[in-house]
Design a protein around this ligand. Structure first.
Ligand code: GCB
Length: 889
C-alpha cells in the first residue's frame, strides 16, 4: 500500500492533476468545463470622446490597433514634463471584433474585466451591458443575451479617467477624489470571455470567485475549513445537483472531501456551506514555509456530470495582533517589516505585464520583506497570488484617500453624498470578495489619510460616519480578518486641530504614516512620537504604515553620514535618504509593540502633483528607481538587516565626481567587519554595527579613486568596489555653509555642501518650492558675482574642522547679514586657537543687510590636525555663508 500511495502522489504531482483528483470522486463522465477566451489582441483605440462609437457599424478604421493591457497615459520618471497630464485625462474608446466559438451552445457567457480605469461603459453588438465605477476592481457582465455565437461580435468600451473635479465627469462620486499618485486611464488589465454552464458557481458576486474558504479552527492535529460556494441556476428549470469540494495538497492529493446535494429552483442562488477537516495540516507559515493547498469545488448533476468547477488557493494559518507585542503567525511572533508598492512603471503606466509583477516581487523578496502594503487600492490578482506563494503578509486596501466626501463645495464641508459612500462601499466589497481566499492578506484597510485636507486647513473632515459604515461592511463580508487604516494627522491632545476628526479606534488596527525629519519635526522624533500614540491608544495594535524620504539618483550631498542632514525643496540627495532611514529604522526596530513597518515606497512612482529630485511628475521616495533598474544605496541598508543573503555594498556609487579631498566612506553589510582599500592601499578594517561600516575622513587621491571593500560572511568572501574621481587639489577646500548641495561659482570655483562642522544651525533663504508650499525667491544679495553662494548660511556658535595638510593657507570667509541691523550681531573667528577676525559686525562693515562681505586671512597649519575655525559669538549669533581654505602659492 505504501508503494501504491507513492505512485499515486507522483502521478498527481502536476497541479493540473488536482482536477483529475476531483474526477476520482465523481461517479461518471463530465462535460461542462469553463472556457476562458482572452480578448487581448486586435483592439481599435481612440483617445478622446467620439459620438456613436458604441454602434456595431461605426467606422473605426482610422483608430490605432492596440493590445491589452493598455493605457494612453505615460507619466513620471522624466526630467521634463510631457503634454499636460490634464489634457490626457478624459475618455478613451476601445472597440474589438471577435468571433466566439459556435459550440458555446446552452452556455452562459460572461465578459470579465480584470480592471479598467476609471469609469467604464460596455456595449456588445450595440446593446449596453453596464457601467463600472472604480479603477481597480475586477468586474463582469452577463454577455449571453447580446452575444452571437460563431459570428463576428463588436465589443465597444468607453473608459474615462477624467478628474472628479471636472464638470460633468462620470467620476465625481468615485473614490479616490485625490491622492499622491496618477490615475492612469484605459483597459489596463486583461479582458476575457468566460463560458459556463447555466448552472454555475456565481459569476456576479462583486467580481469574486463565488467560492470562499476560510480556516475555522486549527490545531496541531486538525484544521476545520469552512467552504461556501454560491451556486446559481440560470436555467429555466429546477435542477438537482451535487456540490463536491476537495482540499488538495501541494502534491495534488485530496486530503479532505465533502459532497453536498442541492436542489436549485429555476433562477435560484444557493450558498451551501461545507465543513472539511484536514488532518495534520501543513501550515502557511509566511516566508518560512508558505505552504498552499487548493480548494476545488465542483458542481455536478445527480448522475455525476460536471457542470462547473472553481479552484481557489488555501493557506491554513492563524494569526493575531497584540497592542504590546505585535504580530503572531501560527502562534509565533513575527516582526513584520516591509514596504508599500504602487502598480505603475515608466512608459507603461498601470498597463503592466505578469512578468513586471513577478519582477517587482522578486526585487522585494531580494530586499527581504516579509510584509507588503498594496497601496492605495486593489492591485492585480497576480501580485496577491505571488504573495500567497512567497509567504508575504499583505495589507490590502481601498482607495479612500485624502477625502471622505466628493470634490464639491459641499464635500469641502465634509458632506458625503450617498453615491460617494456607496462607491466606497462597492470598492470595499470588490476588494474583499476578490481577495478573500488569499492567505497572504491579513487585514483590510478602509482608508488612507482621510483627514489630510482638513489638516492642511482645506475643508473639514467628518470621516467617522463613512468609516464606521465601511468598517461594519468589512466585518459583515469577512469576520476572519481585522480592519485597519492609515492615519496621517492625528493631533496631540495638547495640540487640538479644530475641524479634524480623530479616526483612531474605528478600525481594529491602525497604521500611522510618519514623516518625522522629512516633512516635519526631526528624524529622531519618530520613536518618541510613536510612544506617545501608543500610550494614547494602549489597546490598539499600531503599525507604521508609511515612512520614507526622497532619493534622487543624480543629486548628492557631502558627509550626510556625519550628521549634516536636511532637505531643501526638490533637492533630494540620495545620501540623505540613506541617512534618514538609518535613523528611523534604529527607532522602529527598538519598538516591538509595532505589529508592522512599511517603507514608503518600494519603487519611485508617478504623481502628477510633484516635481522633485531630478524628475517631474514623480515621487522619488522609492528604494528602487521607477524603471526598476537602480537599487538606491538605502536598499542595501535594509537588505543587510532583513535578508539572509550576504550583503556588502559601498555607498555613494552615483556620487562619482567628489567635491572634497577628504570624505567618510560607508558601506552597508551584514558582515561583522569589512576591509577597505583605496587604489590598492589598505585603509583598515571597520566594524559594521547596525549593518553600517564606516571609514571616517578618508583622504582621496587626485584623479581616480578605486575603492574596494571585502568581508567574510560565514566563511564566504564577499566584495564590492566603486570608482570615484577627485578633480580638485588636496590643499584646497571650499565649503558652502548651511547648504545641502554643492555649487560651482561663475569663476569655476567648486564648493562642496556643508561639511566638517559641529554646532550652529543651517539656514537657507531659498528653500525652493516644496510640496504643498508656495515657491519662494529670496531677495538678492548685492556686491558679489555669485549671489547664490550667499543664500545659505550657518548661524550660532560653531566650529569647522577643515582637513587640510600642513602648510600656509589663504582663508577667505564669505558673509552676509540676512536681516539684522548693525550692532545686533558681533562675533570673533579663531583659527587653530588664535583670533583672526575680531569683533566682526557684518551689517556695519558691509553697509547693511544683504550686502556681501569677504574677509581673507593668512593661516599657518602645523602638523596633521588640519585647520580649526571657531566662530565665537560676542553679541547675538555668529554667521558664515562660505569658507575657502586655499594653500598659499
Ligand atoms: C502619504 C500618502 C502617500 C504619499 C506619501 C508621500 O502620507 O499616504 O500617498 O505618496 O505620503 O510621499 O508624501
Amino acid at each position: 500500500p505504501h508503494a501504491a500511495r507513492r505512485l499515486n502522489r507522483q502521478r498527481l504531482r502536476h497541479p493540473v492533476l488536482a482536477v483529475a483528483a476531483l474526477a476520482l470522486m465523481a461517479s461518471g463522465a463530465h462535460a461542462g468545463e469553463r472556457r476562458d477566451l482572452p480578448l487581448s489582441a486586435g483592439w481599435q483605440f481612440h483617445q478622446g470622446d467620439v459620438g456613436g462609437a458604441e454602434a456595431p457599424a461605426f467606422n473605426d478604421t482610422g483608430w490605432a490597433t492596440v493590445g491589452l493591457p493598455h493605457t494612453w497615459n505615460h507619466l513620471g520618471g522624466t526630467a521634463q514634463r510631457g503634454p499636460d497630464y490634464n489634457a490626457t485625462r478624459g475618455a478613451g474608446w476601445y472597440r474589438l471584433r471577435f468571433t466566439p466559438p459556435a459550440d458555446y451552445t446552452h452556455a452562459k457567457v460572461w465578459l470579465q474585466f480584470d480592471g479598467a480605469s476609471i469609469n467604464t461603459e460596455v456595449w456588445l453588438n450595440g446593446r449596453k451591458l453596464g457601467v463600472h465605477q472604480g479603477a481597480f476592481g475586477r468586474f463582469r457582465f452577463d454577455a449571453t443575451p447580446a452575444l452571437k455565437l460563431g459570428k463576428v461580435n463588436v465589443l465597444a468600451v468607453r473608459t474615462d479617467n477624467s478628474s472628479p473635479s471636472k464638470a460633468g465627469s462620470p467620476t465625481t462620486d468615485v473614490i479616490p477624489m485625490s491622492g499622491d499618485f496618477f490615475l492612469f486611464g484605459g483597459l489596463y488589465r486583461q479582458v476575457s470571455l468566460i463560458a459556463t454552464d447555466p448552472v454555475h458557481i456565481d459569476m456576479l458576486d462583486w467580481g469574486g470567485p463565488g467560492l470562499y474558504a476560510h480556516t475555522d479552527s486549527v490545531d496541531g492535529h486538525t484544521a476545520i475549513i469552512a467552504v461556501t460556494a454560491r451556486v446559481k441556476n440560470d436555467a429555466a428549470q429546477a435542477r438537482q445537483v451535487v456540490v463536491k469540494t476537495a482540499i488538495v495538497d501541494a502534491q495534488g492529493v485530496p486530503v479532505a472531501t465533502d459532497s453536498h446535494p442541492l436542489s436549485l429552483a429555476a433562477g435560484a442562488l444557493e450558498e451551501p456551506e461545507q465543513s472539511l477537516s484536514v488532518p495534520n495540516p501543513h501550515l502557511w507559515d509566511g516566508r518560512t514555509d508558505p505552504y498552499l493547498y487548493q480548494v476545488v469545488t465542483r458542481v455536478e448533476t445527480a448522475d455525476g456530470q460536471m457542470l462547473d468547477q472553481v479552484t481557489q488557493p488555501l493557506g491554513i494559518r492563524s494569526f493575531r495582533f497584540d497592542p504590546d507585542q505585535g504580530f503572531f503567525l501560527n502562534g509565533r511572533h513575527v516582526s513584520l517589516h516591509g514596504v508599500s508598492r504602487h502598480q505603475d512603471r515608466p512608459g507603461k503606466g498601470w498597463a503592466i505585464t505578469p512578468a513586471d509583477q513577478a519582477q517587482d516581487m522578486d526585487i522585494m523578496l531580494d530586499l527581504g520583506i516579509n510584509t507588503l502594503r498594496l497601496a492605495h487600492y486593489q492591485h492585480d490578482q497576480a501580485i496577491y497570488d505571488l504573495a500567497d506563494k512567497d509567504g508575504v503578509v499583505v495589507w490590502a486596501e481601498i482607495p479612500l484617500v485624502n477625502r471622505t466626501a466628493p470634490e464639491t463645495p459641499e464635500g469641502d464641508k465634509g458632506v458625503t453624498s450617498a453615491a460617494f459612500a456607496d462607491n466606497a462601499d462597492s470598492q470595499l466589497h470588490e476588494l474583499i470578495k476578490q481577495n478573500y481566499n488569499h492567505p497572504s492578506v491579513v487585514t483590510w484597510s478602509i482608508g488612507n489619510e482621510v483627514n489630510l485636507m482638513a489638516s492642511f486647513g482645506r475643508g473639514v473632515s467628518k470621516a467617522r460616519p463613512l468609516l464606521t459604515r465601511l468598517n461594519q461592511a468589512a466585518y459583515d463580508l469577512d469576520h476572519t480578518r481585522p480592519t485597519t487604516m492609515a492615519d496621517c494627522c492625528e493631533p496631540w491632545p495638547d495640540q487640538p486641530k479644530p475641524g479634524l476628526d480623530v479616526v483612531a479606534e474605528i478600525t481594529d488596527l491602525l497604521g500611522y504614516n510618519r514623516y518625522q525629519g522629512w516633512y516635519y519635526d526631526k528624524p529622531e522624533d519618530l520613536g518618541p512620537v510613536l510612544d506617545r500614540l501608543h500610550k494614547l491608544h494602549p489597546r490598539l495594535p499600531l503599525s507604521v504604515s508609511e515612512y520614507g524620504a526622497g532619493g534622487a539618483l543624480t543629486q548628492h550631498t557631502d558627509q550626510a553620514q556625519a550628521g549634516v542632514v536636511y532637505a531643501k525643496g526638490h533637492f533630494h540627495p540620495e545620501e540623505l535618504e540613506s541617512r534618514l532611514h538609518e535613523i528611523w529604522w534604529a527607532q522602529l526596530k527598538a519598538r516591538p509593540y509595532l505589529w508592522g513597518t512599511f517603507i514608503w515606497n518600494m519603487f519611485d512612482f508617478a504623481s502628477d502633483s510633484r516635481t522633485e529630485g531630478d524628475m517631474v511628475d514623480t515621487n522619488d521616495k522609492g528604494l528602487v528607481s521607477y524603471d526598476r533598474t537602480v537599487k538606491k544605496d538605502v536598499f542595501f541598508f535594509y537588505k543587510a538587516d532583513w535578508s539572509d543573503q550576504p550583503v556588502l555594498h559601498l555607498n555613494g556609487r552615483r556620487y562619482v565626481d567628489r567635491a572634497y579631498p577628504v570624505t567618510d566612506v560607508q558601506a552597508y553589510s551584514n558582515a561583522a567587519t569589512a576591509r577597505l582599500t583605496l587604489n590598492g592601499r589598505d585603509l583598515g578594517t571597520a566594524p559594521c554595527p547596525e549593518h553600517i561600516c564606516r571609514w571616517p575622513a578618508v583622504r582621496l587621491d587626485v584623479g581616480d579613486n578605486v575603492l574596494v571593500a571585502s568581508a567574510d560572511i560565514g566563511g564566504k568572501a564577499i566584495g564590492d568596489s566603486l570608482t570615484w574621481r577627485f578633480g580638485g587639489r588636496a590643499d584646497e577646500i571650499r565649503i558652502r555653509a548651511g547648504a545641502s548641495a554643492g555649487l560651482t561659482t561663475a569663476a569655476g570655483a567648486r564648493y562642496g555642501s556643508d561639511a566638517f562642522v559641529t554646532g550652529g544651525t543651517p539656514h537657507d533663504r531659498n528653500p525652493g518650492p516644496e510640496f504643498g508650499k508656495p515657491d519662494t525667491t529670496p531677495p538678492a544679495v548685492t556686491g558679489t558675482p555669485d549671489p547664490v553662494l550667499f543664500e545659505t548660511y550657518r548661524e550660532g556658535a560653531f566650529r569647522y574642522h577643515v582637513p587640510v595638510p600642513a602648510g600656509r593657507y589663504q582663508v577667505t570667509l564669505h558673509f552676509v547679514e540676512p536681516a539684522l541691523a548693525a550692532g545686533a550681531r558681533v562675533f570673533d573667528v579663531a583659527a587653530n586657537g588664535g583670533v583672526v577676525v575680531k569683533r566682526l559686525d557684518v551689517a556695519a562693515e558691509a553697509g547693511g543687510p544683504l550686502k556681501a562681505l569677504d574677509r581673507t586671512v593668512s593661516v599657518e597649519v602645523k602638523g596633521g590636525d588640519g585647520l580649526e575655525l571657531d566662530f565665537r559669538p560676542v553679541t547675538g549669533q555668529a554667521i558664515v555663508c562660505a569658507i575657502d581654505v586655499v594653500a598659499a602659492r
